[in-house]
Design a binder for this molecule. Structure first.
Ligand SMILES: Nc1nc2c(c(=O)[nH]1)N[C@H]1C(S)=C(S)[C@@H](COP(=O)(O)O)O[C@H]1N2
Ligand SMILES: [Mo]
Length: 403
C-alpha cells in the first residue's frame, strides 16, 4: 500500500528530493530563501561540465556547492555532486592528458628528486575515506556577512581517495631530512607573469604529524582524479580543512618552517571580529566536530503529520565520531540518533537517522555530534572575520512545518 508508513519511510531513506515530491510535499518559501541563494542557475564551467547541474549551486565558475537536498544517505558523495573550490583559475585540461607523466618535486628528504605519477604508483597504494570540506563551509550563516562565498552546508563531501602514503615516498628517498617540522605542498597552477608568486601561489604547510595519514592521490571514488578535484595528483591530508589538500601538486617539501606564501601567512587565519589577518592567529588546519541534517531540508515543504525520518551527516574532523543527537524542539531536548551504513573510518562522515513523531505546527530540527575525544559540537559559531570553521549546531538547524 503506497501510503503505508514503511513504504514512506523507505522512500524518505532514499533521501532524494524526488522522494519528498513523491510523498506529496510542496516547496516552502521564507526560510528556504534565506538559507540558499535563489536558483538563478549559472551554467557549470567547462572543467566541471561533467557534473550533475541539478545537484549543485554554481556561485561562480570557481565556487560550486552541493545542494542540501542532493546529499543522499549512502555515505560516499558521488564526484558528480561534489563541491568545487578554486582559488586560481583551474589549469588547462592538457595536464590530465598524460596523467602518469605528471611530476612532483620532493624536497626536504635525504635524497630529493622529482617523481612521476608512474613512479609514485610503484611505491605503494592505500585508500582512505575522508571528508573534504572548505573552511568557509557554513559562512552563509554568519550574520556579519563575511566576504567570500556564502556556502551553507554544501562545500563538503565524503569521498574515497587512493594513492601512495606520503610516508612511503619519504622512505623511498632516504627519509625526512633532520629538523623538518612541516609538510608544504605547492599547487601546479600557472601563475600570471609580473606578480610576486608568493602573493598568489596556492602553497600551504601542515604540521609534520600529518605524515601519519597524508597521501599523494591519483584516484577518487574509483576513477582517475579529475582536473576539477586536483588531477593528475593531489596532496590529501585527512582531517584537515579543504585548503590544505593541494590540487595538481607540483612540489611537496618537508620544511623547517611554514611557507611564507600569503595564502599561509595571512590567508585562512581565524581573525577576531574587527581585526586584521596576521600570522600569529590560528591557521585553518584540523577540522572540528560537526553535523547537519539533510532531510527534511529547508526546501522540503510542509510535512504530513506523523512519523518523519530525520537524517544527515556527522564527522569528528580530526577525531573519530562517537555519537549524534537530534532535537526536534530547537535544542531543548535531545535523542540519540542511529548510524546508517558502513563506518568508513575516522576521517569519513557517518549518516545518521532519527525517527520522530511531529505534531502539527512549526518545529526546529537540530543535530549535535560528539567525537571520541569528548568534543561536542557547540551551539554557537566562533565569530571571525572571514567566516571560517562554522560548526554551530544552531546555525545548521532547519525549521519545518507539519501539517
Ligand atoms: N592547487 C590548489 N589546491 C587547492 C585549491 C586551489 O585553488 N588550488 N583550493 C583549496 C580549497 S580552498 C578547497 S576548499 C579545496 C577544494 O577542493 P575541491 O575543489 O576538490 O572540492 O581545494 C583546495 N586545494
Ligand atoms: Mo576552501
Amino acid at each position: 500500500m503506497p501510503s503505508s508508513p514503511t513504504l514512506n519511510r523507505r522512500r524518505l531513506l532514499a533521501g532524494s528530493a524526488g522522494a519528498l515530491t513523491a510523498a506529496g510535499l510542496t516547496p516552502l518559501a521564507g526560510k528556504a530563501a534565506a538559507q540558499q541563494p535563489a536558483a538563478a542557475p549559472k551554467p557549470l564551467p567547462p572543467y566541471a561540465a561533467w557534473k550533475d547541474a541539478n545537484s549543485l549551486i554554481v556561485h561562480t565558475s570557481s565556487t560550486i556547492e552541493t545542494r542540501r537536498s542532493a546529499f543522499g544517505t549512502s555515505v560516499i558523495t558521488p564526484g558528480e555532486q561534489l563541491y568545487v573550490r578554486n582559488n586560481l583559475p583551474a589549469p588547462d585540461a592538457a595536464i590530465v592528458a598524460d596523467r602518469d607523466a605528471w611530476e612532483v618535486r620532493i624536497e626536504g628528504v635525504k635524497q630529493p628528486r622529482s617523481l612521476s605519477v608512474r613512479e609514485l604508483k610503484a611505491l605503494g597504494v592505500e585508500t582512505v575515506a575522508a571528508v573534504l570540506q572548505c573552511s568557509g563551509n557554513g559562512r552563509g550563516f554568519f550574520p556579519s556577512k563575511p566576504s567570500g562565498t556564502p556556502w551553507t552546508v554544501g562545500a563538503a563531501g565524503c569521498v574515497l581517495w587512493s594513492g601512495v602514503p606520503l610516508r612511503a615516498v619519504a622512505q623511498a628517498l632516504g627519509g625526512v631530512a633532520d629538523g623538518m617540522l612541516f609538510i608544504t605542498g605547492t599547487g601546479g597552477e600557472k601563475l600570471p607573469e609580473g606578480i610576486d608568486p608568493k602573493t598568489i601561489v596556492v602553497e600551504r604547510s601542515v604540521p609534520i604529524k600529518a605524515l601519519d595519514d597524508a597521501l599523494l592521490v591519483w584516484e577518487m571514488n574509483g576513477a582517475p582524479l579529475s582536473l576539477a578535484h586536483g588531477g593528475p595528483l593531489r596532496l590529501v591530508v585527512p582531517g584537515y580543512s579543504g585548503i590544505n589538500n593541494i590540487k595538481y601538486v607540483k612540489r611537496l617539501a618537508f620544511t623547517a618552517t611554514e611557507t611564507d606564501a600569503k595564502i599561509m601567512s595571512h590567508g585562512y587565519r581565524v581573525t577576531p571580529p574587527g581585526g586584521k589577518a596576521e600570522p600569529s592567529q590560528p591557521s585553518v588546519l584540523e577540522m572540528g566536530v560537526k553535523s547537519w541534517i539533510n532531510s527534511p531540508h529547508p526546501d522540503s515543504g510542509s510535512l504530513p503529520a506523523g512519523t518523519v525520518l530525520i537524517h544527515g551527516v556527522a564527522f569528528g574532523g580530526a577525531q573519530a565520531l562517537r555519537r549524534v543527537e537530534v532535537s526536534t524542539d530547537g535544542g531543548k531536548s535531545w535523542s540519540e540518533a542511529r548510524f546508517v551504513g558502513p563506518d568508513l573510518g575516522r576521517f569519513a562522515w557517518r549518516q545518521f537517522v532519527l525517527q520522530a513523531r511531529l505534531a502539527p505546527g512549526s518545529h526546529v530540527l537540530a543535530s549535535r555530534a560528539t567525537d571520541t575525544a569528548g568534543n561536542v559540537q557547540p551551539e554557537q559559531r566562533l565569530e571571525n572575520v572571514a567566516g571560517y570553521n562554522n560548526n554551530s549546531w544552531a546555525d545548521h538547524a532547519v525549521r519545518v512545518s507539519v501539517g
